[in-house]
Design a protein around this ligand. Structure first.
Ligand SMILES: [Zn+2]
Length: 363
């Protein structure tokens, strides 16, 4: 499906970032910015995914090959080792031998793919979006339409750069140095995004950057949750009434809700972090707090809508799930629901007041 109105323009920047994509008009949150068919896809199930990728590249028409070769391509050393393993099966030589066999652009094609692909798919328009540790757009591969889609995660102003994140899972919550380390290692580039630069500029000052401080709070909350969930699982079955202590369950729900609250505040809530919404959903079900469970189900739907779009299969499936009482999530919860917590709304609704600095209340 092609976009009737072009919402983006590509321009050279004066910074080290080089080329960047900008909004040519104000783009409302949740809008599909563009979608495109990937020109290359890596089959992660293959034994020789990189060799297969080179074969696919050789099949591309010349203009697409040229576009691909023009993309930013950096060569992170550990990545090279990964490829080496695969090539060593078939060759004993180095890059030279590989290039002899698979063409002079071998290294460039593989590194350009690694630097720019999203979920193992490379689209030329998507590749023109720079990374940011504070992204305003989300790229996903929509299986049903066989296309990469890029949606606005928040309202993007005219002239604002459109960025997505190449950090996976919790890495987006990590401190600046760690984020940069991961990106150098996995993608081969040093992150110069606004979030990283802001921290760099504030470094050495006594007052820590607010955003980085919030990320720190977020990590502490996640730690707190994981520590206590492990305790709960350890004691599972040891207590009466199905083995779940409702106070503990409520406490876990509160901590998870605190994580969600901070993720949203930081603008880092994406499909990749839906598990935190699910935790609150599960634990509120376990203490029969249906209102809270519904609220988090709605929140989850909103996140999926922002990242994958209202017309995506993922959104559709989730909506079905939310309306069908017989969903897998529902059944799972029904199994662990403690008998004696019926009607207990407990303090799970106090989420907003959850003190980040407070000590664990559970012995
Ligand atoms: Zn960054």
């Amino acid at each position: 499906m092609s976009q009737p109105i072009r919402l983006t323009k590509i321009a050279e920047t004066k910074s080290q970032k080089g080329r960047a994509t900008f909004a040519s008009t104000t783009i409302p949150a949740g809008s599909l910015i563009f979608s495109e068919e990937p020109i290359l896809t890596m089959d992660a199930t293959s034994e020789t995914p990189h060799i297969d990728l080179l074969a696919s590249f050789a099949d591309l028409p010349q203009d697409l090959q040229d576009l691909m070769l023009d993309l930013t391509a950096v060569d992170p050393t550990p990545f090279r080792h990964l490829i080496w393993k695969e090539f060593d099966v078939r060759t004993n030589g180095g890059w030279w031998d590989i290039a002899q066999k698979y063409g002079e652009h071998t290294k460039r094609v593989l590194t350009a793919f690694n630097t720019n692909a999203v979920a193992q798919h490379l689209g030329v328009q998507t590749a023109m979006l720079n990374h940011s540790c504070l992204p305003n757009a989300y790229a996903a591969f929509d299986e049903a339409r066989g296309e990469l889609t890029v949606h606005a995660m928040k309202e993007i102003n005219e002239g604002e750069e459109i960025c997505l994140s190449h950090l996976e899972g919790g890495a987006l919550f990590a401190p600046m140095k760690e984020r940069r380390g991961v990106l150098v290692l996995q993608r081969g580039f040093m992150c110069l995004c606004d979030a990283c630069m802001e921290v760099e500029e504030c470094e050495g000052r006594e007052q820590e950057c607010l955003r980085e401080k919030l990320r720190d709070d977020l990590r502490n909350l996640i730690d707190k949750y994981q520590r206590n969930e492990a305790t709960l699982m350890m004691n599972f079955g040891k207590r009466g009434h199905g083995g779940l202590d409702p106070d503990f369950v409520t406490f876990l729900g509160e901590v998870a809700a605190g994580v969600v609250e901070l993720m949203e505040k930081l603008g880092l809530a994406t499909i990749d972090n839906l598990e935190w919404y699910q935790y609150v959903f599960h634990w509120s079900r376990a203490v029969n707090d249906d209102e809270m469970a519904r609220e988090y189900q709605d929140k989850m739907l909103r996140v999926v809508c922002m990242c994958a779009g209202e017309d995506s299969q993922r959104y559709h499936d989730m909506q079905q799930d939310a309306s069908g009482a017989k969903s897998a999530a529902w059944n799972k919860i029904a199994e662990v629901r403690p008998e004696h917590s019926r009607g207990g709304r407990h303090s799970i609704m106090k989420t907003a007041k959850l003190g980040l600095a407070e000590e664990d209340e559970v012995e």
